[in-house]
Write a new protein. Structure first.
Length: 316
C-alpha cells in the first residue's frame, strides 16, 4: 500500500511529535517549512477558542511559504486529539479542525470510529498511536489510516516493546502508513526506523531543545545535559506510564526510585499529584544523549537530513 498523497509531501521522513504544552504554531510552522510533518496537541490551545486562531495562523503561514518557495513546499501539519473520555473539549476541537480541514489528525489514548469518520469526511488522514500489536489491531478496526508505534525509550507516554518486535508484528498484517517512536534523535535513527519497516521516524525530545519550542529554558537545558540514564519510567504523574527527566522529579522534591503507581482511572492530563506533568515534571525520551545544544528547528532538521544521507551512503 502506498502512502496517502498528503504524507508523501515531506523532504525527510520525519514527524515532529506533538508535545504537550510545548508545541505551538511557531514550532509547527518551523517544522513544516523545514520539510517534516509538524504536529501539536489541540489541548495546547488555551482557552479552547484559541485553537481557531492557531490553525488559521499555521495554514496562512504555510500557504505564504509555498507561494514564496514553490521549489521546496512545506510539509503538512497534524493536530493531536486525545480521545480519552476525560477530554471534554474533543467535540469542540474537532469542529475547529474540520473548519480548517486539518490534513493529518493524530489520535491518542483510545480509538474511536466516530472521530476517524469525521476526519475522513473532510479529507484528512488519521494516525493512531499504540504501544502494542493488540492496540494496533483495535485502531485499524475503528478505521484509522495509519499507526504510530510508541516503543521503549519514547518520551512522554510510552510503551515497553522493542521496535524490532513491534514493527515486525505489525508489518505481518498491515501495509499502511507506520511511524516509529522511541529514542530517535539522529538521522541514523531515522534511517534505522525506515530499515525496520516504518515509513516515518516520530521525534519529540530533540524538538524540545529548539529555539521555537515553547518549553522553559530549564527544560531545554536539562534535555541537553541529560543521557539515557537520566530518564525515569513511571505512571505516577498521569496514571499512564511515561518517560520523564530525573532532574525535574528531584527538583519537585520526589525520589525517582520510589514513585508509587498512578491510576489511569483518574487521569486528567495535569496529574493527580501536587506536581503537574508536563509543567513541573518534564517529559523526555532515552535519545536525549544525542542532543547537544539548543538550536533553531531548521538547523536540527538540516542535521538530521545530513546524518540520514551519510548513513545511507555508508550502507550502499
Amino acid at each position: 500500500m502506498s502512502l496517502p498523497a498528503v504524507l508523501r509531501r515531506t523532504a525527510l521522513p520525519v514527524i515532529g511529535a506533538p508535545l504537550f504544552i510545548i508545541s505551538h504554531p511557531k514550532l509547527v510552522i518551523a517544522q513544516c517549512t523545514s520539510g517534516i510533518i509538524g504536529a501539536m496537541p489541540a489541548l495546547n490551545a488555551r482557552p479552547a477558542a484559541q485553537m481557531d486562531d492557531w490553525l488559521a495562523e499555521i495554514t496562512e503561514a504555510l500557504a505564504a511559504h509555498d507561494r514564496a518557495h514553490p521549489e521546496r513546499p512545506s510539509a503538512p501539519f497534524a493536530v493531536n486529539q486525545i480521545v480519552h473520555r476525560s477530554n471534554d473539549r474533543l467535540e469542540q476541537d474537532m469542529a475547529v479542525c474540520e473548519k480548517h480541514r486539518v490534513p493529518v489528525v493524530i489520535t491518542s489514548l483510545g480509538a474511536r470510529a466516530d472521530v476517524n469518520d469525521a476526519v475522513h469526511r473532510w479529507g484528512g488522514v488519521v494516525l493512531h498511536d499504540v504501544i502494542s500489536n493488540v492496540y494496533a489491531h483495535k485502531a485499524m478496526e475503528k478505521g484509522a489510516d495509519g499507526l504510530i508505534l510508541v516503543c521503549a525509550g519514547a518520551g512522554g507516554h510510552a510503551g515497553l516493546k522493542s521496535p524490532f518486535a513491534l514493527v515486525e508484528e505489525v508489518r505481518e498484517w498491515f501495509d499502511g502508513p507506520v511511524a516509529l517512536s522511541g529514542a530517535i534523535a539522529t538521522g541514523r535513527g531515522v534511517l534505522a526506523a525506515r530499515a525496520l519497516g516504518a515509513d516515518f521516524a516520530y521525534i519529540g525530545s530533540a524538538f524540545i531543545a529548539t529555539e521555537e519550542a515553547r518549553a522553559s529554558e530549564g527544560h531545554k537545558q536539562a534535555i541537553v545535559a541529560a543521557s539515557s540514564d537520566d530518564i525515569v519510567y513511571s505512571s505516577y504523574f498521569t496514571g499512564v506510564h511515561g518517560n520523564y527527566l530525573k532532574a525535574s522529579i528531584l527538583a519537585a522534591g520526589l525520589d525517582p526510585t520510589a514513585l508509587p503507581d498512578g491510576d489511569a482511572r483518574t487521569m486528567n492530563f495535569g496529574g493527580d499529584t501536587t506536581v503537574k506533568a508536563w509543567k513541573d515534571i518534564w517529559g523526555a525520551g532515552q535519545g536525549v544523549g544525542s542532543i547537544k545544544a539548543v538550536v533553531p528547528v531548521a538547523d536540527l532538521v538540516a542535521r538530521l537530513a545530513h546524518e540520514y544521507r551519510a548513513a545511507k551512503t555508508r550502507l550502499e
